[in-house]
Design a protein around this ligand. Sequence first.
Ligand code: KIV
Length: 273
Amino acid sequence: MSVANSTNVKRVTTHVLQAMKLKGEKISMLTAYDYSMAKLVDSAGIDVILVGDSASNVMAGHQTTLPITLDQMIYHGASVVRAVERALVVVDMPFGTYQGNSKEALASAIRIMKETGAGAVKLEGGSEILESVGRILSAGIPVMGHLGLTPQSINKFGTYAVRAKKDAEAQKLLEDAHLLAEAGCFSIVLEKIPAQLAQKVAEEVKVPFIGIGAGPGVDGQVLVIHDMLGLTQEFSPRFLRRYHNLADEIKGAVARYVADVRAREFPNEQEQY
Ligand code: KIV
């Protein structure tokens, strides 16, 4: 099958990701929330762009992901989709739009798909949200699951510590992964769980697993773009690799601009009409 190599596809689809798992090719995923960043991330060859509800933290400055609304996620999603030519775009369903009522879940997912043009939605949780997952899937909307540390449940967990270290929670996670895959989720994010458990889940359950703080034994990796570029400085979990220190670069550039303006060195003769 010629689509199995993600580097030669014009458009990454859920089927391409499945084929990548079968071939043992690793899947790359990053978040993006706006047009300009999404254009850069897509043109650098990323497989999946997640319009994460982490926008609530890194774009809006909230402490948790809970406050972000469906309208705000749709705004971010549509901005990203306008920029992307190749990657699969997945939009997070925000807290409160799918947990309580599967009909409301479907209505929220339909709004996301219609108003953003994204390729899929992502929901947090396992057996508790299975009815919503089933209803969304039955409308032909691809669903990505999310297990382990699920930030929308922070008020239940109380901390952002590693999840599923104890046997009972690890067992529930494995069962939830089976349930989501059998329901038809095309992929599942595993956040902040022991690497051994993540590897076991990814070997046992036949959909692509994308890890964040879940070790190397999964089918792909995801990071929040602000963290991996070093735009955020205060957040430093063990799993985070910083590929740049953009915060210092941006502050340096702004400081040079301020100095030039104050010294009347900007604009110069070539920079005017
Ligand atoms: O919202 C988000 O950015 C996420 C990733 C951390 C997986 O869900």
